[in-house]
Design a protein around this ligand. Structure first.
Ligand SMILES: NC(=O)c1ccc[n+]([C@@H]2O[C@H](COP(=O)([O-])OP(=O)(O)OC[C@H]3O[C@@H](n4cnc5c(N)ncnc54)[C@H](O)[C@@H]3O)[C@@H](O)[C@H]2O)c1
Ligand SMILES: [Zn+2]
Ligand SMILES: [Zn+2]
Length: 369
């Protein structure tokens, strides 16, 4: 079939919206009519050419939601008309990692996905017979996508898809960092560094876990205001004294849980230093630039602080994304304030410009109704 899609033709050049061919789903694959897609930093990072593992041409986009239009042979869990959220982090339920509760890093299709192929090593996207590679197994800056069944979460069809799409990456990453990776205990003191989509999700996650104090730190007053709306009890403008302030506010000990959601290694270090001696847990969600390293004084670890990373909030997508969407439907997660701009696929480059200008939290592309 012919579809319209936003193609990254060349790094550091605007995406080009054009007509491409999309082949039918093969065994284990699903054709999804995309309804909405958030624009995330990873899309921009790849488009910029700075990501060493990036490739072009490809159709970007990984924060998608839509409706199942056709299923390939052997697809058992999804059927026509199901509402789905795309999963750049799939869940096969069979590999050694999927069978362990300790990680969400499914191994099933990792290699092919990283190279831009569907699990059988080929692509469904093409242009005039020339194969076009997929991106993050999703390629959702498009009207339609063919995606492996294990990379789709079936969600309640009552959830509006233009909100549900945020659970495909940023929001779930933040929520999961607090609810899964750190598993914040009720009554805790938490500090969240960064109030973008991921940090705001972490603030909401800390609130849902019953944290008593949630301190959010960011450079932007506007974003701190949003953090307050998600449950932050204290909002601080970031400066060079943040760690000292955390220690002062906690009788000199530090916070039970800290979260880093900026991607800056200097802030990661602050998050480690602001964690409590004895049992403070620092969860790193930000993605640092290639080659950058985190500088930590080992004494901080000996005296009981722990550091862990969190990819997609440690969430096993097919099982847990639907649960988070249910929390949203029950009114426990306020998603609307995250959607700052809505626009058609044709304006995807404007979404990138808004992101670079830090204008709003998320732009959502409206792909079909
Ligand atoms: N782990 C994952 O699976 C995953 C998924 C999505 C995104 N990410 C990463 O998470 C990070 C955050 O993503 P986002 O979409 O929320 O980004 P964002 O750019 O919207 O938010 C980052 C925030 O950090 C703030 N900030 C900058 N310097 C600061 C400082 N010194 N102290 C405190 N705050 C500071 C900025 O003002 C901004 O509000 C990025 O690195 C992104 O790549 C990770
Ligand atoms: Zn993302
Ligand atoms: Zn798996």
């Amino acid at each position: 079939m012919k579809i319209r899609a936003a193609l990254l033709e060349e790094f550091a050049r605007p995406l080009v919206v054009q007509e491409l061919d999309l082949a039918d789903p093969r065994p284990g694959e699903v054709l999804v009519r995309l309804v909405a897609c958030g624009v995330c930093h990873t899309d921009l990072y790849t488009a910029s050419g700075v990501d060493p593992s990036g490739y072009a041409p490809t159709v970007l986009g990984h924060e998608g939601a839509g409706v199942v239009e056709a299923v390939g042979e052997g697809v058992g869990d999804l059927t026509l008309g199901d509402h789905v959220v795309t999963l750049f982090s799939p869940q096969c339920r069979e590999c050694i990692h999927c069978r362990s509760p300790r990680t969400n890093l499914c191994l099933a299709i990792r290699e092919q996905q990283n190279k831009g192929y569907l699990p059988d090593g080929s692509t469904r996207l093409s242009r005039a017979g020339e194969p076009i590679r997929h991106f993050m197994g999703t390629s959702t800056f498009a009207e339609y996508a063919v995606i492996p069944e294990i990379a789709l979460a079936k969600v309640n069809s009552e959830a509006p898809l233009d909100r549900a799409c945020l659970f495909a990456c940023g929001l779930s990453t933040g929520l999961g960092a607090a609810m899964n990776t750190a598993a914040v205990q009720p009554g805790s003191t938490c500090v969240v560094f960064g109030a973008g989509m991921v940090g705001l999700g972490a603030v909401a996650g800390c609130r849902l876990q019953g944290a008593e104090r949630i301190i959010c730190v960011d450079l932007s007053e506007q974003r701190l205001e949003l953090a307050r709306g998600q449950g932050a009890t204290e909002c601080w403008r970031a400066d060079e004294h943040t760690v000292e302030r955390v220690l002062e506010a906690t009788d000199g000990f530090g916070a039970d849980y800290t979260f880093e959601a900026t991607g800056l290694v200097t802030v990661m270090r602050e998050a480690v230093e602001a964690a409590r001696m004895g049992w403070g847990l620092c969860t790193v969600a930000g993605v640092a630039g290639k080659g950058e390293t985190l500088d930590v004084v080992p004494r901080l670890l000996i005296t009981g602080r722990r550091v862990c990373g969190s990819s997609f909030g440690g969430i096993k997508g097919r099982d847990q994304v639907p649960e988070l969407v249910e929390l949203y439907l029950r009114g426990e997660i306020d998603v609307d304030p995250f959607i700052s701009h809505r626009m058609p696929l044709e304006q995807v480059n404007r979404a990138f410009e808004l992101m670079e200008a830090q204008d709003g939290i998320r732009s959502v592309l409206q792909l079909s109704v």
